[in-house]
Design a protein around this ligand. Structure first.
Ligand code: PFF
Ligand code: NA
Length: 455
């Protein structure tokens, strides 16, 4: 097949792609979301199901998204349309791209609000706002912030502007350098926090909470949440990794690259759990089930007590902002690339328009914490519903369709050529997982959540 080229440019090296993909993967999903959904779903058994999903569903689908992106070399919507025409003679598979853009809008609308909270916490930490606080005060700080829609909206606007700015400039310029510097720093700080956790008397309790499975604590819905978290944390099912794959040079091993990203993301999530739960168990009044406020109500207590806590706290929340930043640009990229390709807008104009829509949607999340906190239906508040629709339904559904397309619709000749790892054991394993294991796991999780296996 004649090789296509990308109108949006390319990553300069394989390492640049790995950093960008790892930058997309490592984010609020690891440090904010992973600990609190583990807490909501009872600990070790949930973690085990999640780890199985990462390996059995996440890795093969990540390889597929990179492979599809590189083969199509354009925005996910247009890549899926092109490959759909080539491989099936119809255009219907572009639907996957459209669903992904919708999922990306929804996710970024709340992601930006939470990242905005991290910005707010960075500024609180600089002002020594956590010095000597106890858990009641930490909760009060969180409630004071979420109680003010004005402040939430302010920080949401600030964070989204940062995202629009970088996406408008082009992903490669500046970002490659930024991630290269920031990802190692985040890792070092997390390790330091785990060190602090180990020094807490109840580290063993936290460790067994995370790693000792108690299957009686696992609800049917928890399995779907674990599947959804595997997609969310690895940036899969909506085309973010597909969009990045479109800028990947030829001759890069997709299998090893995807493996590296999956390992890095999983490592950071587990470290975040090991840093946060010892603090949660150490202080009366913070419970694992605190929900979306968990990180914000637990870590500041520790920062307020440790020597150098102002510096550590500030750095930590700042790096959380950066981790969220490198993820949020990838949430926007599929839509922006499509607007550039199809509507002839400049990147700057495309990013600003897409950002405007997402900013507006984000107001729903902002109000869910205050003026609309009493309005609940289905999964809970507006924010809870946006989050669970996107993470637990749209991403797994997108991933299911991607797996079916890559495994069943595309010819083996095409997938083998693009994955570039021959047709030996590695390829056969990928094919088996993408054809059977990943789709069945997602379908079973959906049916399980619908109660099909009850009684
Ligand atoms: N993977 C990111 C995280 O764990 O924070 C969130 C995310 C980014 C989800 C990009 C989906 C996506 F396409
Ligand atoms: Na992640």
């Amino acid at each position: 097949m004649a090789k296509r080229t990308s109108v949006h440019g390319f990553w300069s090296t394989r390492l640049a792609f790995i950093l960008a993909a790892a930058g997309s993967a490592v984010g609020l999903g690891n440090i904010w979301r992973f600990p609190y959904i583990v807490g909501d779903n009872g600990g070790g058994a949930f973690v085990l199901v999640y780890l199985i999903c990462v390996v059995a569903i996440g890795l093969p689908i990540m390889m597929s998204e990179i492979m599809l992106g590189r083969r199509g070399r354009r925005s996910p919507i247009n890549t899926m349309r092109l490959l759909s025409e080539e491989e099936s003679g119809s255009r219907y598979w572009q639907l996957v791209g459209w669903m992904g853009v919708i999922a990306g809008f929804l996710i970024l609308s709340f992601y930006s609000v939470i990242a905005g909270a991290s910005l707010h916490y960075t500024s609180l930490s600089i002002q020594a706002g956590f010095s000597g606080i106890d858990s009641a005060e930490a909760t009060a700080i969180w409630e004071r912030f979420t109680g003010s829609w004005q402040w939430m909206l302010f920080w949401h606007t600030a964070f989204l502007s940062l995202t629009v700015y970088v996406v408008g400039r082009g992903v490669q310029r500046g970002l490659e350098r930024l991630v290269r510097l920031l990802m190692p720093m985040l890792l070092i700080l997390l390790l330091a926090m785990v060190g602090y956790g180990i020094a807490q008397a109840n580290f063993a309790e936290a460790f067994s909470y995370l790693f000792r499975p108690d299957f009686s604590a696992l609800s049917a819905n928890a399995v779907l949440i674990a599947v959804g978290q595997a997609f969310f944390t690895l940036s899969l099912g909506m085309g973010a990794i597909m969009a990045y794959g479109a800028y990947l040079p030829e001759n890069v091993s997709i299998g090893r690259t995807a493996g590296g990203v999956v390992v890095a993301d999983t490592f950071v999530a587990l470290l975040a759990g090991l840093a946060i739960f010892p603090i949660v168990f150490a202080f009366e009044g913070v419970s694992p089930g605190a929900g979306p406020g968990l990180v914000f109500q637990s870590l500041p207590i520790a920062f307020g007590q440790m020597p150098g806590g102002i510096l550590f706290g500030t750095l930590f929340f700042l790096l959380l902002v950066f981790a969220a930043w490198t993820s949020s640009i990838s949430l926007m990229e599929p839509a922006v690339a499509w607007v550039v390709e199809n509507m002839g807008l400049s990147r700057v104009a495309a990013a600003a328009s897409v950002g405007g829509i997402i900013w507006f949607l984000g107001i729903g999340t902002v109000l869910s914490f205050n003026l609309w906190s009493e309005i609940t239906f289905l999964a809970g508040t507006v924010f809870d519903n946006v989050e669970s629709l996107a993470d637990n339904i749209l991403l797994p559904l997108g991933g299911l369709l991607i797996a079916i397309f890559a495994g069943w619709v595309m010819s083996r000749a095409s997938t083998a050529e693009e994955l570039g790892m021959g047709v030996g054991l590695g390829y056969k394993l990928w094919l088996f997982f993408i054809r059977f294991v990943a789709p069945l796991a997602v379908i079973i999780a959906f049916l399980h959540a619908l109660g099909v296996f009850d009684g």
